[in-house]
Design a protein around this ligand. Structure first.
Ligand code: FAD
Ligand code: DHB
Length: 397
């Protein structure tokens, strides 16, 4: 067994863990990153795609935005489609900001490349098995290369996602859980075909929600609302394209060309907040602490927002011996988290069909969408939340 020592032990090499490690490195704070999957696995896992301006600013400002600037697709609006008609929400005109479509696994690749470039310790296929004494002398136990290892550190950053080990290590009586399950899921595909629109389209239809997104001028990413226990084997490629065409149809016509489906997956829908997000010297970040349903495209962005708050706290602590910002970690994060939870659950309810909805509910969905797309005040509120609410702490860079 080897015994290692670092300032911040980071469990999880997803967006939260890798961004934190990178920002800390730039501030001269050491960390070790443990990731239970292989590098190849995390670099090819298809997940989020929409980056808020604030997330883009952090990545570019910290020197990992070269490819993002080159390959990211900047979007100045989205379309909401219902009743066979499309309505554009113009972010630039309403709030003067945009979003960038750039896949999560590309962000992860860029961060890994930077970290390996400056040779900071990063272990893949290294699952943390247990954390210990996080109130006083934190230790992380992990398994790597068929052997047990231990890291002693000043702080543990639990960036290990929803199914990690950090949150369950906290006694349940110290945790408040606020949770909502939705009676549907998303069937997502990645297809080798040019996107049918140059901006995202969120569609409400009586048969359920659908979403058109993209990864590049040649690759489309599409989602369909389905049952939470849907058997994906029952969805042939042809059935998926037919269903997408039905839901996205417009009165004036809409052409959705199909192409080879490269990847298919199911995403469950959940709202979840654990509070507090800190316990002694253990901090939870990103999906380890909170989950939003994907409709608002907020999950990855919220993870990066937590990183921003913790980085500031750790810099204050190491450079000035000041613990105040660390003590305020939960409070600062949760203010943003709850606003994103609100927005994501509102978008989800407005755009999806719930079981047993009657004609009255259908008209309420349509009336709400009609209001949101025709009132400047309501469109502005949607745009302001979608592009990312302003941060209430000063810039990191
Ligand atoms: P994760 O990405 O889950 O990373 C946690 C890491 O910890 C994983 O790599 C895991 O392997 C590792 N780990 C777990 N346990 C251990 C252990 N014991 N030891 C070592 N390592 C461990 N968000 C958006 O902002 N915009 C979107 O458009 C968007 N769309 C989405 C679409 C889909 C289909 C899905 C599924 C999610 C989407 N999200 C979106 C959400 C986003 O992907 C997540 O919120 C984001 O991945 C959270 O990052 P994280 O680093 O906190 O957690
Ligand atoms: C994507 C995912 C989302 O959850 C969303 O709201 C918009 C786009 C995407 O994967 O491209």
């Amino acid at each position: 067994m080897s015994k290692l020592r670092t300032q911040v032990g980071i469990i999880g090499g997803g967006p939260a863990g890798l961004t934190l490690a990178h920002l800390l490195h730039l501030q001269g704070i050491e960390s070790i990153v443990l990731e239970r999957h292989s590098r190849e696995y995390v670099e090819t896992r298809v997940r989020a795609g929409v980056l808020e301006q604030g997330t883009v600013d952090i990545l570019c400002g910290s020197g990992v935005g070269e490819r993002l600037k080159r390959e990211g697709l900047e979007h100045q609006g989205v379309e909401l489609r219902f009743d066979g008609r499309g309505h554009r929400i113009d972010f630039q005109e309403l709030v003067g900001k945009s979003i960038t479509v750039y896949a999560q696994q590309e962000v992860v690749k860029d961060l890994i490349l930077a970290r390996l470039g400056y040779k900071a310790p990063t272990y893949f296929e290294a699952g943390a098995t247990r954390i210990e004494d996080y109130d006083a002398n934190p230790k992380i136990h992990f398994r790597w290369s068929d052997e047990d290892h231990e890291i002693a550190c000043d702080f543990i950053a639990g960036c290990d996602g929803f199914h990690g080990i950090c949150r369950p290590a906290v006694p349940s009586e110290q945790l408040q859980i606020h949770e909502r399950h939705y009676p549907f899921a998303w069937l997502g595909i990645l297809a080798q075909v040019a996107p049918a629109s140059h901006e995202l389209i969120y569609t409400y239809h009586q048969r359920g929600f659908s979403l058109l997104s993209m990864r590049s001028p040649e690759i489309s990413r599409l989602y369909l609302q389905c049952a939470p226990d849907e058997d994906i084997e029952k969805w042939s490629d042809e059935r998926i394209w037919d269903e997408l065409r039905t839901r996205m149809a417009k009165r004036e016509g809409f052409v959705l060309k199909d192409g080879p489906i490269m990847q298919k997956g199911l995403t469950p829908m959940r709202s979840f907040v654990a509070s507090p997000m800190q316990f002694g010297k253990l901090f939870l970040l990103g999906d380890a602490a909170h989950i939003v349903p994907p409709t608002g495209a907020k999950g990855l962005n919220l993870a990066v927002a937590d990183v921003r708050v913790l980085t500031r706290g750790l810099v204050e602590f190491y450079k000035r011996g000041n613990r105040e910002a660390l003590e305020q970690y939960t409070e600062r994060c949760l203010r943003r988290v709850w606003k994103c939870e609100r927005f994501s659950s509102w978008m989800t309810s407005m755009l999806h069909r719930f079981p047993q909805e009657d004609s009255f509910s259908h008209h309420i969905h349509v009336a709400e969408l009609d209001y949101v797309t025709s009132s400047r005040a309501a469109s502005t509120a949607l745009a302001e939340n979608y592009v990312g609410l302003p941060f209430d702490t000063p810039e990191l860079f």
